[in-house]
Design a protein around this ligand. Structure first.
Ligand SMILES: NC(=O)C1=CN([C@@H]2O[C@H](COP(=O)(O)OP(=O)(O)OC[C@H]3O[C@@H](n4cnc5c(N)ncnc54)[C@H](O)[C@@H]3O)[C@@H](O)[C@H]2O)C=CC1
Ligand SMILES: O=C([O-])CC(=O)C(=O)O
Length: 347
């Protein structure tokens, strides 16, 4: 009798384990905007990615077609297919587990990220429409500026298309943790690889908030004036790269590296682990609809968003200044759906 009970318990536990533990046997990733800038560098990094089985590259620029042949000359890695032109967008994203939206235009000199909404909105709309029809179950991760508005814009559009899943849409802010770790490593004169600092808020000069008070391992410590100087540096990093490149290019290499780290972790999630990525996602815990920070992800999507942090007085002040700006940006993104639908998207 006892053996019988134990056996049924084991069978039920095993079933529950498999219900919770979705795992994929292969992974297909699509890169939209793969011919230049961030996308081109991401394509090269993902060709060396040990987790991905198939890599689909799409761009309006038909130079992307040569990349299939060229990347095919590199031994190993995922099988690569490339696509260009409206008619091939559905094939480029169909069956992909993860769609990376990396288009369209980088910021111009003197522009804030917020000014790029109208420029990038149409490209995002086109992907959302196709995604909703062809592959609504995919994870959808966006780098297009301005993240604080584009994520709410895409979410509202997908919702209008009856394809919104708040657990599967990500604004990629992984670069903010990469910059924070790197700058902190230099300050402490240690390797950045084992440093952990949560970076929360949004992705703009006034809303990125590194929480140095939460630095791990906890035996490391920086003084208040160092935390303030590093925060200013992290916030300005994107603009500084843009200025040094004279507005011709954004931080394509650092962003590609960060996206590769993001994809690595998401792929581990697809293979059955729980992972942490930094991303701007649906998160109500800070008084905004969307918020960036460490986000726990499984193969089914976002499992848990960040909520409580013990913060220094300085960090709490930054947060209270950022929240109204993030709310403003989110509202602009949502309002822009109507602008697009009315045909008033002028850029
Ligand atoms: N989230 C973040 O931390 C960062 C975001 N960015 C943003 O990422 C975006 C891309 O930047 P870059 O790679 O530097 O730009 P880029 O201009 O070098 O490359 C963009 C690519 O998108 C393609 N493209 C444009 N419209 C398209 C469409 N409708 N469909 C398919 N492909 C299209 C272009 O042909 C080009 O190959 C920009 O919005 C930029 O501001 C850049 C750096 C960091
Ligand atoms: O500054 C930009 O326009 C690109 C960006 O978001 C970054 O590098 O953080």
């Amino acid at each position: 009798m006892i053996t019988h009970k134990l056996l049924s318990y084991a069978i039920i536990s095993k079933r529950l384990y498999y219900i919770n533990k979705v795992q994929y046997k292969y992974i297909q990733v699509s890169v939209i905007g793969a011919a230049n800038g961030i996308g081109k560098n991401v394509a090269l990094l993902l060709k060396q990615n040990r987790y991905i089985t198939r890599l689909h590259l799409y761009d309006d620029d038909d130079r992307v077609l040569g990349m299939e042949l060229e990347l095919g000359q590199i031994p190993g890695g995922p099988a690569v297919s490339s696509f260009s032109g409206d008619a091939f967008l559905p094939a480029a994203i169909r069956y992909s587990h993860l769609v990376l939206m990396l288009t369209r235009t980088p910021r111009k000199l003197g522009y804030t990220r917020e000014k790029m909404l109208a420029t990038n909105a149409l490209a995002v709309q086109r992907i959302c429409r196709t995604l909703a029809y062809e592959n609504p179950d995919a994870f959808f991760a966006i780098s297009s500026s301005p993240i604080n508005s584009i994520v709410s814009f895409a979410s509202k559009l997908l919702s209008n298309y009856k394809a919104y899943n708040k657990h599967k849409i990500f604004g990629i802010t992984h670069i903010d943790t990469a910059r924070t770790r790197t700058l902190l490593g230099k300050t402490l004169n240690v390797s950045p690889h084992h440093l952990h600092v949560p970076v929360i808020g949004g992705h703009s000069d006034e809303t990125i908030i590194p929480l140095f008070s939460n630095l791990l391992p906890s035996h490391y410590y920086i003084k208040q004036h160092q935390a303030e100087a590093l925060t200013r540096l992290v916030r300005k990093s994107g603009t500084e790269v843009l200025n040094l490149k004279q507005g011709n290019d954004s931080a394509t290499l650092a962003m590609a590296w960060s996206i590769n780290e993001f994809v690595d972790r998401i792929s581990e999630a697809f293979y059955g682990s729980y992972v942490i990525v930094n991303s701007f996602t649906a998160n109500p815990h800070f008084g905004t609809k969307f918020f960036s920070g460490p986000t726990k992800v499984s193969a089914c999507g976002i499992f848990e968003t960040c909520s409580n942090f013990v913060m220094s007085e300085y960090e709490s002040k930054l947060l209270s200044q950022a929240v109204p700006l993030i709310n403003r940006d989110i509202a602009r993104g949502e309002e822009h759906v109507q602008v697009i639908e009315d045909g008033r998207n002028l850029y």
